[in-house]
Design a protein around this ligand. Structure first.
Ligand code: A3P
Ligand code: MG
Length: 289
């Protein structure tokens, strides 16, 4: 895929501020669909890779895809619970959707799951929205526009009514921490590996504590300065990282593949096979060997 050009950047500058509001509203509404199911009894199925799947994943996926298809008919969509369509590879623009990131946390009912919607342009994540339904928190960011956080979205969306449709949900600008020692490391709550234990031991002079969190929350907490580093060796998919990558980058941090190369999106194979890390600052890259 071609590189983003100056012309693309100019186009993005005009496009993104106008569409972020619709995407935040869509992530919020998908979160409400998820919560209705979360609050009742639900059946858990298991996919071929043994990961859980519920009606909440399916219904939220269906809703988000329907909105995106209607609002952005020229853009492709890669969504976790939809059949993949390789025509997306021919499109410079692709939505990358995880309707429910952290299904294990949903099943455990600990609140640590998110709705992730990202937009990729020529393989780069240029817009990301992450909504945490149980906590009613939203994180968002878009290329050149900064990263934001809002607690209390329900009051906005449920309180304002349709005649306020041009008004946008506002939030506070967020930034990564400037810590270079006593680092807080983020870790998956449900996917643990011994490689991470070795990594922590090798870098014990830099790491002060480890905080567990499910789903994209790890990246969002780094964007908000409540954590500093996150290393992930186990498998994840494009839709697990795309939205949080844009938010982290707009908050001043970085996400790279484990071999230090850039993560790209809208690839043929959606598995993030190399692993990745997120840092508040390049200075805090850990010793791997
Ligand atoms: N064996 C596996 N293969 C592919 N992806 C996996 C996986 N194990 C975990 N994941 C990914 O890790 C995500 C959860 O991340 P975390 O452990 O950080 O909370 C899952 O998101 P989903 O819940 O959307 O499936 C899933 O995409
Ligand atoms: Mg999912």
């Amino acid at each position: 895929m071609d590189e983003i050009t100056e012309k693309d950047i100019e186009y993005l500058r005009k496009l993104l501020p106008g569409i972020i509001g619709k995407i935040k509203e869509t992530a919020y509404s998908a979160g409400r669909i998820i919560l209705e199911i979360y609050e009742g009894d639900f059946v858990v199925e298991y996919k071929n890779d043994n990961s859980p799947l519920t009606m909440a994943d399916k219904k939220a996926n269906e809703y988000i895809v329907e909105v995106l298809e209607k609002e952005f008919p020229d853009m492709a969509i890669l969504a976790e619970e939809s059949a993949d369509n390789s025509e997306r590879l021919l499109n410079d623009w692709c939505w990358i959707v995880d309707p429910l990131d952290g299904t294990k946390e949903f099943v455990k009912r600990n609140g640590e799951f998110t709705v992730n919607i990202a937009l990729s342009c020529k393989g780069k994540s240029v817009l990301g929205v992450v909504y945490v339904p149980v906590w009613d928190e939203m994180y968002w960011g878009y290329r050149g526009g900064g990263a934001f956080y809002r607690y209390g979205c329900r009051e906005f969306y449920e309180g304002c009514g349709p005649h306020y449709e041009d008004m946008e949900l506002t939030g506070e600008k967020i930034h990564v921490s400037d810590r270079v020692d006593n680092l807080i490391m983020l870790h998956s709550r449900s996917h643990k590996t011994s490689i991470i234990d070795d990594l922590v031991e090798r870098n014990s002079d830099k790491i002060k504590s480890i905080k567990c969190a499910g789903s994209s929350l790890k990246g969002c907490l780094i964007a908000k300065g409540e954590g500093d580093i996150y290393y992930r060796y186990g498998p994840t998919m494009e839709w697990d990282t795309a939205a949080m990558q844009c938010i982290v980058e707009e908050a001043g941090g970085m996400l790279r593949q484990m071999d230090d190369s850039e993560m790209t999106y809208n690839r043929r194979d959606s598995l993030n096979s190399k692993g990745f890390y997120i840092l508040n600052s390049i200075e805090n890259r850990l010793k791997l060997q």
